[in-house]
Write a protein that binds this ligand. Sequence first.
Ligand code: 13P
Ligand code: SF4
Length: 348
Amino acid sequence: MRESTSAQIEEEAQRLYGLLGNVTDFKTGCKYTLEHCRAAAPLTLAANNLKKENDAVILAHYYCAPEIVYGVADFKGDSYALAKKAAEFDGRNIIFCGVYFMAQTAKIVNPNKRVYLPPISAGCSLADGIDAETVSELKNKYPAAAFVCYINSTAEVKALCDVCVTSSNVYDITAALPNRQIVFIPDLFMADNIRAELKKRGVDKEILSFGATCCVHDKYTVRDVEELRAAHPLVKIISHPECPLAVCEISDYCGSTSGMLDYVKKSDAKEFAVLSEDGIVNSLELENPSKKFYAVSRACAQMKRNTLNNIVGVLKNIDTAPQVEVSCDTAQKARKCIDNMFKMAGKK
Ligand code: 13P
Ligand code: SF4
């Protein structure tokens, strides 16, 4: 690959600054600077050139840094949209900027592609929160239950479940299942939110939950909401269903990452406080320049392990970089679980 000239780097820095100048860098609390963009420019240029040379697509979750999401990604999205994009990809290499369970899902839905996660060991407190052995024991204990896993789970766990869900379809899918008893894993807080939402919809289900919580969203409190409302009386509070139920219940909107983007876009309000990962705040700032955002800043440390440097590193060494692998048997079973989600989510 040819090195970029200084004129090309400056042009790229200006392009990035034009995009990111209104976005908060939560490491400093200040807006992105031209200097920041100048530092990123050689790497975004390299990544954008190398991905073409390598027949690669870059998929990025909204929680990655904005220079990735808006600087090099071909597609940005929440976990559902990215799983769909991965399934449709026709080229050779998928560079998945996210965490391990997301890249595993990409490999499962498109097994003939080479899938890379730039920080290959980036994990998730939810996916780590329950293992296949525990799920097998639960299946023996609750033979009449439907087993529903959040997409934030390992391939081995998905292989044992009937259907997986994301935050964008969890309520519709759990409501539509024929079983009255549902074992939902591994997000304990999302399970609380499912119980509350299905009750509101008049749907009679018994939701049993096992697993863990998201180490980013589980930190938000009712006090955060009260303080934000006291400081900004006109603010609309938006939260993700991985937050505690008490927080979601008093939010103006609680929903998936794509749901939050839609809510803000359509709302006439001018001020929002976001109880979710910093990356979604950045996307909201970027896509709604006339609206103001307050954040109780929380970063997912695992998502932030995706960097322009490790993306370029993978692209430069595409034949030797470690790939995401899922054993054939596990992948086939997990695929059924994911396909059931695609089918049920598509029925809406
Ligand atoms: P989304 O399904 O909204 O992308 O959420 C994934 C996630 O990891 C949230 O913490
Ligand atoms: Fe996992 Fe939470 Fe990070 Fe999402 S924000 S990837 S659920 S640890």
